[in-house]
Write a protein that binds this ligand. Structure first.
Ligand SMILES: Cc1ncc(C[n+]2csc(CCOP(=O)(O)OP(=O)(O)O)c2C)c(N)n1
Ligand SMILES: CC(=O)[C@@H](O)[C@H](O)COP(=O)(O)O
Ligand SMILES: [Mg+2]
Length: 642
């Protein structure tokens, strides 16, 4: 075991290393800075990777990465082919469990603890979970399940820094504050809870409901609580972890830390340093420019839109599951504090809360990332769609998000939403259309979703005027001049309209901005199939079950046969990296769309000329579905991406 002085020296170097690395690449910073000492202490006390440490979310795991053989690779963080920004089992044996969506760590570590008991092994499991992550139902499901199992050996470390991305919210936050206020910071011994009080009893005792006059929520649940301990004080932390290491029962160690600790700009503004881009650590982040940049992000478009609607209509309320900044609700909350609901990390609740508002005649807008709406899927169906409740879903980060990688890609929403009855699903081609679609959704007397990508669009700045779009009607943007031969029609959804138009100029194709994934403009699809030789769909989402599949189903329903090419995200997870590079690798930029169509048409021509069997099929215009785009992951594996 390394001496305490050495551990302190390691912590100092680790913090400097972390700051240097993240300021050079961008990534998650303030959470990692806050757990430097905790990371050092855990690795000093536990025998990793034999003992398992499961980092919840994993955005705080960079110090752990640096300590576990990845120091030199930190410069590749979140870039194509480089280190993941989250724990990854594929990356290191020290990453016990892949995480990135929050609140999974206790469940995963509990599963591991069960296997250890079943296998009669001498190993330990630790889940490190933040106070923000503890607002999600999943975490409570795990705690509830873990409690009262004295035979298990599981340590849950609650890293309480009072912060989610924004300041933590809710009753739990208040409860943690009360514990700290009433008990003070403990340094071991009886005041720390039952576990350390009975260190002489190596088997430990299970927490008893109401055992202490100021029982914590955790004790009331049946966990063995220890703390609160200063998470930056290695002299307190290390002995405490040593004391808890071999104890049986589900132990909860309450560690208090400061997000951004050790780098003053991040301590003062942990929100901005949660996930900064590159910056000079000597200077810090540049203050946000007061004037608007020429191109707005879709998030900013949403932000302006909801403020405008709220000024017009008092029934408009906004709900965010802990993504106030990322979803563009800071200004709205500032202007309408009593109409903005940050519910913490609680996506399921966010959706159903919207249902409650809608049932009473309000117009709730649930602002949510595509990837996080996956958590609220049953609520979307059961609580909203079945009852046709007018909830607007403003779905940000739909499509390829980039550096956060496979866990955060908004690849699935079109597929998982278009099968839900009563739900309207829109995908804007540009910023102005985004605003009009959000307005359309809000006016619609039923649930409606608008899915838009991370970052900026083509730059078509939104009109101040709001006009509802006719529901289920696409927009023909370009008509091919070709009279016969390969008359190609490109049916583009959302962000694919722009590259489709560029490709269409080169190959002379018709382009439709489909606008609606659901209800689909079936007439338009069928007309284009009947007047063209080849139909191509393009979407920034998974091909399987996605918008292109909707078009195919529309043709099948009327027995219309047409060679059909579906462009989108192939059946694989998209790795992390620069979004433009990832889109290009998926064949979803103008060059890729053009190349895929040329290949497809060539293939059809060859088949028509060479192979009698296929020619017969083609001449009878039997539907030919072809998708040849390589997956992005396979391109990265082949080293084909720069
Ligand atoms: C299910 C889910 N919702 C939202 C997020 C986005 N998110 C990432 S970190 C974070 C804050 C987590 O707070 P906490 O667990 O306390 O960790 P801290 O950053 O404070 O260390 C949020 C909301 C997520 N990763 N997963
Ligand atoms: C870890 C996490 O889930 C978030 O911090 C996420 O990385 C934010 O992504 P954006 O940068 O797209 O808001
Ligand atoms: Mg926190």
């Amino acid at each position: 075991m390394l001496g305490d002085t050495v551990l302190k020296q390691i912590a100092r170097e680790l913090r400097t290393e972390l700051l240097d690395a993240v300021s050079a690449t961008g990534g998650h910073l303030s959470a990692g800075l806050g757990v430097v000492e905790l990371t050092v202490a855990l690795h000093a006390v536990f025998d990793t990777p034999n003992d398992r440490i499961v980092w919840d979310v994993g955005h705080q795991s960079y110090p752990h990465k640096i300590l576990t053989g990845r120091r030199g690779a930190m410069k590749t963080l979140r870039q194509i082919g480089g280190l993941s920004g989250f724990p990854s089992r594929a990356e290191s044996e020290y990453d016990a469990f892949g995480t990135a969506h929050s609140s999974t760590a206790i469940s995963a570590a509990l599963g591991m603890a069960h296997t250890i008991r079943l296998n009669r092994e001498d190993r330990r499991c630790v889940a490190v979970v933040g106070d923000g992550a503890l607002s999600a139902g999943l975490a409570y499901e795990a705690l509830n399940n873990a409690a009262l199992d004295p035979g298990l050996r599981l340590l849950v470390i609650l890293n309480d820094n009072g912060m989610s991305i924004s300041p933590a919210v809710g009753g739990l936050h208040a409860h943690l504050g009360n514990i700290l206020a009433s008990r003070g910071m403990c340094r071991g011994g009886a005041g720390c809870g039952k576990a350390l009080q009975s260190l002489s009893d190596p088997k430990g005792t299970q927490g008893e409901v109401g055992a202490s006059p100021q029982a914590t929520l955790f004790e009331a649940l049946g966990l063995i609580y220890t703390g609160p301990v200063d998470g930056h004080d290695l002299d307190a932390l290390v002995p405490m972890l040593r004391g808890l290491r071999d104890r049986q029962g589900v132990q909860l160690l309450h560690v208090v830390t400061r997000k951004g600790y050790g780098y003053l700009p991040a301590e003062h503004d942990p929100v901005s340093y949660h996930g900064p881009g590159k910056f000079d650590p000597k200077v810090g982040l540049k203050p946000a420019v007061a004037s608007r940049p020429p191109s707005q992000t879709y998030t900013q478009v949403f932000s302006d839109w909801i403020c405008d609607e709220a000024a017009r209509d008092k029934r408009v309320v906004a709900i965010t599951p802990a993504m106030r900044e990322g979803s563009g609700l800071v200004e709205f909350q500032h202007r309408y504090p009593d109409r903005c609901f940050d519910v913490g990390i609680a996506e399921q609740h966010a959706v159903t809360l919207g249902g409650g508002f809608a049932a009473e005649g309000f117009r709730p807008v649930v602002a949510i990332y595509s990837t996080f709406l996956q958590r609220g899927y049953d609520q979307l169906i059961h609580d909203i769609a079945i009852q046709r409740l007018p909830v607007t879903f403003a779905i940000d980060r739909a499509g390829v998000v980039g550096a956060d990688g496979p866990t955060h890609m908004g690849a699935f929403d079109m597929a998982y939403m278009r099968c839900v009855p009563n739900l309207i699903v829109m995908a804007p081609a540009d910023e102005n259309e985004c605003r009009q679609m959000l307005h359309t959704a809000l006016l619609h007397d039923g649930p409606a979703a608008v899915r838009y990508p991370r970052g900026t669009g083509p730059g078509l700045l939104p009109d101040a005027e709001l006009a509802a779009l006719p529901i289920g009607v696409g927009d023909l943007k370009r008509v091919t001049k070709a009279q016969r031969g390969s008359r190609i029609a490109l049916l583009a959804f959302g962000s694919m309209v722009k590259p489709a138009l560029v490709a269409a100029e080169r190959i002379d194709a018709t382009v439709a901005n489909m606008r609606f994934v659901k209800p689909l403009d079936v007439e338009l699809v069928q007309d284009l199939a009947l007047t063209h030789d080849v139909l191509v769909t393009a979407e920034e989402g998974c091909i399987a079950g996605g918008a292109g599949s909707a078009c195919l189903e529309a043709l099948a329903k009327r027995h219309i046969l047409c060679p059909f090419l579906q462009l989108g995200l192939a059946d694989d997870f998209i790795p992390h990296g620069d979004p433009a590079g990832l889109l290009a690798a998926a064949g979803l930029d103008a060059d890729g769309i053009e190349a895929s169509i040329r290949r497809f048409v060539e293939c059809l021509d060859t088949a028509a000329q060479g192979d009698a069997g296929i020619a017969a099929v083609m001449s009878s215009k039997t539907m030919a579905v072809s998708h040849t785009t390589p997956t992005v992951a396979s391109a990265v594996r082949r080293g084909g991406l720069q």
